[in-house]
Design a protein around this ligand. Structure first.
Ligand code: PMP
Length: 371
């Protein structure tokens, strides 16, 4: 962190649970090709960008936003076949995750996670003084141990599962969600940030994800975001589909104006035209498969199958390879080699065809040199 030269020492003033807490570090360095944060680098159709631009231009910025983003909520509810009361919009999925931990966590209200997963779960739990019980995934397949998870969930308040999982790319077996709902009393969040890349039928059409279950399962919550398939990571729009009682509880603590006027209007335009994004998602998926095949053909590189817009790979000297990709090729990817269970692993966001070709060329050279 950039602490400057301040003589003020806040150590004893910071909330004790946050002592020594480090900010989340996306490890961003400006590079010509950025494949580090699972953004969508494929251009959106002009019809969609035009609709978003028109929506942005007509925003009245002197007025406060609608606190609950009801127009956007209605569009999302209609898409997913639920009621407005089932939908909460947030400043990215991150805000909703934090608010969930703040609302349903706390001392004595344990969270169960299945690492390796999205590291913000554990960070937000810590900020909200929530004990975190980790049920580790299989070291090779990254599958969740169903019995161990159900056992841990019996005494937990909240379980977070990710499908497809970040950074491992694999899908969750819906039968496990069913078991958790049937055999425990926990709230179960399925984080579907990447679900639109998970295949057919397209999750941008009439929905086929676990969102469909929410109406019949009051303890199931599904998180989605416009940061990935919709290519809007810079806009900050995510949403939760859950029981109205959960939405009400979250509404009572949220920052009322967290979703700004521009984000609401642009997100609504994008959601209205979501079917026009099916081709973009199909291109990303086709590129993912092409990139995976190219990576698997490089001696020494191991690739896991992925249902998301990124690939997890293992190769000798991963950390050095990542630094050399950045310094010698101006390609930024994410290093996970420091993370428990992910020794020598890198996470590669699927880029455009040209970006992926550059990455493959560079990696074939570096993998040979580092072998
Ligand atoms: N969930 C998962 C699994 C993610 O990987 C991310 C983004 N990296 C998010 C949620 C949050 O995304 P956003 O805040 O951009 O909606």
């Amino acid at each position: 962190a950039d602490r400057g030269a301040s003589p003020l020492d806040v150590t004893g003033r910071v909330r004790p649970a946050l002592a020594g807490f480090e900010p989340y570090d996306p490890a961003f360095t400006p590079c010509r090709i950025n494949l580090s944060a699972n953004e969508n680098t494929h251009p959106l159709p002009a019809s969609v960008t035009e609709a978003m631009r028109a929506a942005a231009v007509s925003c009245a910025l002197n007025r406060y936003p609608d606190p609950m983003a009801n127009d956007l909520r209605d569009l999302l509810a209609a898409w997913h076949g639920v009621e407005r009361a089932n939908v909460m919009v947030g400043n990215g999925g991150d805000e909703l995750l934090f608010n969930l931990l703040f609302t349903f966590g706390g001392p004595g209200h344990a969270l169960v996670t299945c690492p390796p997963d999205f590291s913000e779960y554990a960070n937000f739990a810590k900020m909200c003084e929530t004990p975190c019980v980790e049920v580790w995934r299989d070291a090779n397949t990254f599958e969740v141990d169903a019995d161990a998870l159900v056992d841990a969930a019996r005494s937990a308040s909240l379980v977070i599962l990710t499908s497809p999982n970040n950074p491992t790319g694999n899908l969750l077996d819906p039968a496990l969600v069913r078991r958790l709902l049937d055999e425990t009393n926990a709230l179960v969040l399925v984080d579907e940030a990447y679900v639109e890349f998970a295949g057919t039928p397209s999750h941008l059409g009439e929905d086929a994800s676990l969102v469909c279950w929410v109406a019949g399962c009051p303890r199931l919550m599904v998180l989605r975001t416009l940061s990935k398939a919709f290519g809007l990571a810079g806009l900050r729009a995510g949403y939760l589909v859950a029981d109205p009682a959960v939405i009400d509880a979250l509404a009572s603590i949220r920052q009322i104006y967290s979703e700004d006027v521009l984000a609401q209007a642009v997100a609504a335009a994008a959601v209205s035209r979501r079917r026009e994004l099916v081709g973009v998602v199909a291109d990303v998926v086709a590129e993912r498969e092409r990139l995976a095949a190219g990576l698997a053909a490089i001696p020494g590189v191991e690739v896991w199958p992925s249902a998301a817009n990124f690939l997890l790979v293992r190769l000798p000297g991963a950390s050095r390879v990542r630094a050399r990709l950045r310094d010698e090729y101006s390609i930024l990817v994410r290093d996970f080699s420091y993370a428990p269970g992910l020794a020598d692993c890198l996470r590669l966001t699927v880029g455009t065809r040209e970006e992926n070709d550059r990455l493959l060329d560079a990696l074939s050279i570096l993998a040979r040199e580092e072998a």
